[in-house]
Write a protein that binds this ligand. Structure first.
Ligand code: HDE
Length: 702
């Protein structure tokens, strides 16, 4: 076989366009452009001479078993997958730091809460719960918000969610909850969806889930971005000071840019247009230097304060309204680095609620207590053994040493003869340290062993009603619509009826609105309950995303539709003005090669029309010439682009020449349609977010 002179050693690997390599017809490797690369090796460090051809007996002979390069490569590949997480399988991670801004001296002895200004490295993983690893990002679901703090006193994991309450009160019901929401076991579907019989069968029989149902039917369950989510530790934890005194604490993450969500029809379409919408958004923001940032807020209280409530602070289906107990902001978290390798870090990171440091302790929340077992247990099968904490993403960044030895995949050789205690043989073997070591809060305990739910856990409806009443009109309408959507997918009529009966326990008018949307006739029978909803609870503005929304265009994305004949000056002005406000403009054109502007300049495109639907953008601008607008009025993708933006309550800017397409898309003038206007009013309106008042004009509000 003739070898070309340009053949390079196959010990070199390609990286990027500049060093592209091409395989020739004879299996030889040609280097297209130059570059310096380290030699490729096997896992044993032996340099590979040929990574393109397996070892054969003669030109057409069988492949030889002694080809250890082929065998190693294939065997490694065969074992590339590990069991995905049972819940929260779909997730995305990033790195950054936590900086303490206010000391908690006297409240917690944890170093991370005492050294103001210190930056503690963190690893954060956001996730959905129900879907498998390859599911789409915009499922209606609670999002995981798990933070690993690598403190000098050891790791602390705050494994929270983006919703402050949970479905169940006792860990023993978690398996049932998850089995009900995951794919139904006989048929293996639906994927990443709660809209099916088994979920609604279970929750309609579990009145304690009602408060959480209000949250997951709200827009909180379809966030615009991981960056724009609040986070919550959910349970009541304890902080413990030097004297061993404990203070109850609830943890809150507050996004600096405010919280924001998409709307349901948009979520459905984003899942098709870009199933990786959330991970792409996080990755891109960090790559661009738009580092996501959250404040850490604490609700601190003592037993006396806790005892004043009718509900139990150990019940994870309840929250303490901020109006009653305001947040004390003690620090900020910034995510400023993407992972280097998705599998090594995001997939192998192992969080656990029991990973705490001195100064932070558990409460007796029966859900939290159950979690403390589950997380370690699941890592044993997921990561293959007891040494998963030696994987770099899980290992503490402070020294660690103990008497634990051996086991599957031991990576760190702990030195010495002594692997037991007490011992006398080595002067430097590790010893317990009662002064600085972790010691549990000395909570007095007594009582009989009982399988029991405390009576203080019995009110399932009051806070569900408080949450609903705290929402704006359009937020309430979205909750109603979500119940209607989900229950309309439930095939068993009795389940729909029972769920509506449960909602009647929250408020008959909520139940009636859902019943109307389901086309249910006849009186609604509330499901029997022992504790009725308290109707007099004060509402909490802090529970509404719309009431707290922060205006501004920072990190928002504007989609700009162009075509041949577009006025290039309009596009440039939009790009310049948007950039000044921290937003970016993505150009969408009928062809990915771009368009030729009226003055002959080339307009580069970021998206081809069919691949860049308006659901991917926060706001849109239609920058067409009259001819192009007329032409695109018969192009379904263009009509849908504008129509969807309108139906998704987005602010729409347009040149007056674009009117034909606006008409074809059924756009009706309102405060969010700025056709033919100057850019400044358009950008101001876009910064204010969605046009909620438009909703009744574009869909039925039940
Ligand atoms: Fe989890 N949960 N959970 N959970 N959870 C897991 O641990 C579990 C609960 C949460 O990004 C698993 O490593 C039980 C509440 C997050 O890796 C598993 C109970 C909250 C993540 C597990 C709960 C959470 C998990 C699966 C009820 C909000 C993803 C893989 C007693 C406060 C962490 C794993 C990541 C993951 C068990 C309830 C949050 C099976 C038994 C409440 C954010 O161990």
């Amino acid at each position: 076989m003739a070898k070309s002179k340009s053949v390079v050693s196959s010990t070199q690997r390609s990286s990027g366009v500049q060093d592209a390599q091409v395989i020739g017809q004879g299996g030889e490797l040609h280097q297209v452009a130059g570059g310096t690369h380290p030699p490729m090796t096997t896992q044993h460090g032996v340099v590979v001479s040929d990574d393109e051809n397996s070892l054969k007996a003669g030109q057409h002979g069988p492949t030889l078993l002694e080809d250890h390069v082929l065998l190693e490569k294939t065997q490694h590949f065969d074992h590339e997958r590990i069991p995905e997480r049972i819940v929260h399988a779909r997730g995305y991670g990033a790195k950054g730091y936590f900086e303490l801004t206010e000391s908690l001296k006297g409240i917690s002895k944890a170093g991370i809460f005492n050294r103001v200004g210190e930056k503690t490295p963190v690893f954060v993983r956001f996730s959905t719960v129900a879907g498998n690893m390859g599911s789409a990002d915009l499922a209606r679901d609670v999002r995981g918000f798990a933070v690993k703090f690598y403190t000098p006193e050891g790791n602390w994991d705050l494994v929270g969610n983006n919703i402050p309450v949970f479905f169940i009160q006792d860990a023993i019901k978690f398996t049932d909850l998850i089995h009900s929401v995951k794919q139904e076991p006989d048929r293996g579907f639906p994927q990443a969806a709660s809209a099916h019989d088994t979920f609604w069968d279970f929750v309609s029989l579990m009145p304690e889930s009602t408060h959480m149902l209000m949250w997951v039917m709200s827009d909180r369950a379809i966030p615009r971005s991981f960056r724009l989510m609040e986070g919550f530790g959910v349970h009541t934890f304890r902080l413990v000071n030097e004297e061993g005194k404990s203070t109850f604490v609830k943890f809150h993450w507050r996004p600096k840019l405010g919280a924001a969500s998409v709307i349901w029809d948009e979520a459905l379409k984003i899942n098709g247009a870009d199933p990786d919408f959330h991970r792409r958004d996080l990755w891109t923001a960090i790559e661009q230097g738009n580092f996501p940032e959250w404040e850490l807020g604490l609700q601190l209280f003592d037993e006396d304060f806790a005892n004043k409530f009718d509900f139990d602070v150990l019940d994870a289906t309840k929250l303490i309204p901020e109006e009653i107990l305001p947040l004390k902001i003690v620090g900020r978290m910034v995510l400023d680095r993407n992972v280097d390798n998705y599998f090594a870090e995001t997939e192998q990171v192992a969080f656990c609620t029991k990973t705490v440091v001195p100064g932070i302790d558990f409460s007796n929340d029966p859900l939290l207590q159950g979690r403390n077992l589950s997380y370690v247990d699941t890592q044993l099968s997921r990561l293959g053994g007891p040494n998963y904490n030696q994987i770099p993403v899980n290992a503490p960044k402070c020294p660690w040493m103990n008497m634990q030895r051996d086991g599957h995949m031991t990576m760190v050789p702990q030195k010495g003869r002594v692997s037991y205690s007490p011992s006398s043989l080595e002067a430097d073997s590790p010893r317990q340290d009662p002064q600085n070591g972790f010691s549990s809060f000395q909570e007095p305990m007594e009582g009989n062993k009982l399988r029991i739910r405390a009576e203080s856990f019995a009110d399932h409806f009051s806070q569900a009603l408080m949450f609903f009443n705290s929402q704006t009109e359009s937020e309430q309408a979205h909750i109603i619509s979500a119940f209607i959507f989900e229950l309309s997918k439930v095939e068993t009529k009795a389940i729909r009826t029972r769920m509506v009966g449960q909602l009647a326990n929250v408020d008959p008018s909520i139940a009636q609105r859902v019943a109307n949307g389901l086309g249910m006739t006849g009186p609604i029978e509330p499901v029997a309950t022992t504790v009725a909803a308290k109707t007099g609870l004060a509402t909490s503005d802090a529970l509404s995303m719309q009431k707290k929304a922060k205006p501004g265009l920072a990190t928002k994305v504007i989609g700009c539709l162009v075509a041949d004949g577009t006025d290039a000056a309009v596009v440039l002005a939009l790009q310049t003005a948007a950039a000044k406000l921290g937003a970016q403009v993505k150009i969408v054109a009928p062809k990915i090669g771009g368009a030729t502007a009226a003055d002959g300049t080339a307009l580069e495109a970021d998206f081809q029309l069919a691949g860049g639907p308006s659901v991917l953008f926060d706001s849109v601008y239609v920058a067409l010439s009259a001819d192009a607008a007329a032409l695109l009025s018969t192009e379904a993708a263009a009509v849908a682009w504008v129509h969807d933006a309108f139906a998704h309550l987005k602010v729409i800017g347009a040149t007056s020449e674009s009117q034909a397409l606006m008409d074809a898309a059924g756009v009706v003038a309102d405060e969010g349609v700025l056709s033919g206007s100057k850019l400044a009013p358009y950008l101001k309106a876009a910064g204010n977010g969605r046009v909620w008042t438009r909703e009744p004009n574009v869909r039925t509000v039940y």
